[in-house]
Design a protein around this ligand. Structure first.
Ligand code: FES
Length: 153
């Protein structure tokens, strides 16, 4: 799903893309820079990348869709990530997801309507000894419980 940004700022996009040389080899660096600024890839930004690189929009969208680190939908200003790897799953990740969904009023993979909170999952964060693990904007919190999750919020 491609999402337009109501307050999309083309000037800000120029500041992001102008320092990157406009050649097709820089497609991924451009998308990463946009993702770094907006925390997802607005449709307008991907169209601008295609124009700058003189490549088909379909190629930009295909690359954007391929990499898990790139998102076509808004993620939220603050991102809660629940590990659903085996260790975390066995130690209660599903109940943590349920707690977060209830507290944030969103489902896994969604962003709140005000754009403040996002909820996503990963397969393993490499911190299995601390299971179950939740990150908030990349900050790792181990041995999580529903109570600790509510304190994070
Ligand atoms: S399974 Fe969750 S950190 Fe590895």
């Amino acid at each position: 799903m491609l999402v337009n940004t109501p307050d999309f700022d083309k000037l800000a996009l120029g500041e992001i893309l102008d320092p990157i040389e406009s050649q097709p080899a820089n497609l991924l660096p451009m998308l990463q820079a946009i993702e770094g600024r907006y925390r997802y890839l607005p449709k307008e930004a991907m169209v601008e990348v295609a124009l700058r690189l003189k490549i088909p929009k379909s190629r930009v969208f295909a690359v954007a869709n391929f990499y898990k680190a790139l998102s076509l939908t808004p993620k939220g200003e603050r991102i809660f990530t629940v590990c659903q790897g085996t260790a975390c799953h066995l130690r209660g990740a599903p109940s943590l997801i349920a707690s977060l969904e209830k507290a944030l009023g969103i489902s896994l993979g969604q962003c709140s309507k005000d754009g403040r909170n996002g909820l996503e999952s990963v397969n393993c964060l490499g911190a299995c000894a601390m299971a179950p693990v939740v990150t908030v904007d990349g900050e790792v919190h181990g041995a999580m419980t529903a109570k600790k999750v509510s304190e994070l919020i």
